[in-house]
Design a binder for this molecule. Sequence first.
Ligand code: GRF
Length: 202
Amino acid sequence: MLAIAVFVSGRGSNLRAVLESPALKSLIEVKAVVGDKLECPAFDIAKNFSIPVFTVGKKEGFISFDDLITVLRNLKVELIVLAGFLKLIPENFVKSFRNKIINIHPALLPSFGGSGMYGMNVHRAVFDSSAQVSGASVHFVDESYDTGRIIVQRCVDISDVNTPEEIAERVLRIEHQLLPYVIEKIALGKVFVDNNRVRVET
Ligand code: GRF
């Protein structure tokens, strides 16, 4: 079983998709859910699945990123999944889990990524650009927002949408398939990084 930690900041629908994925049941164990605030809907999902939750940050009572490294090492966590986590991951933490942190982004990177590009901001920017396709990207996390190597992407036609909300809905549906798919591939040892290019065995 691959030991996983999922980092969240809000609703947690991607966390739920991972926890409820039939394909992942025998492949992964979610050892911890980590958030950047004391309460968020995603924590309730974690509690329903009896998964320990942690709040990371600089505020009093929060665990620091450095201490979190130790906690996750003690839990033998092998993969960290950012599923709607909004804070930038500090350099030291990235270094400690190089190529072991992945993020799901609700657009086709390298477009529509970077600082401030989260949630509806992304879908509004896509809508305003008049892009005719959008999609979701899962990528390795490096020291900046949304710049790590892309692992898998999936597209969705948005040529007929009337609002950014419609884009969000279509992309979210894809996210809920894509994230469990990538985690499954990693758990099965089918994701390789060759000369900085990521290859996924089908
Ligand atoms: C998703 O669209 C994800 O791609 C983005 O933030 C959103 C989180 O949604 N990074 P949820 O909390 O998983 O419902």
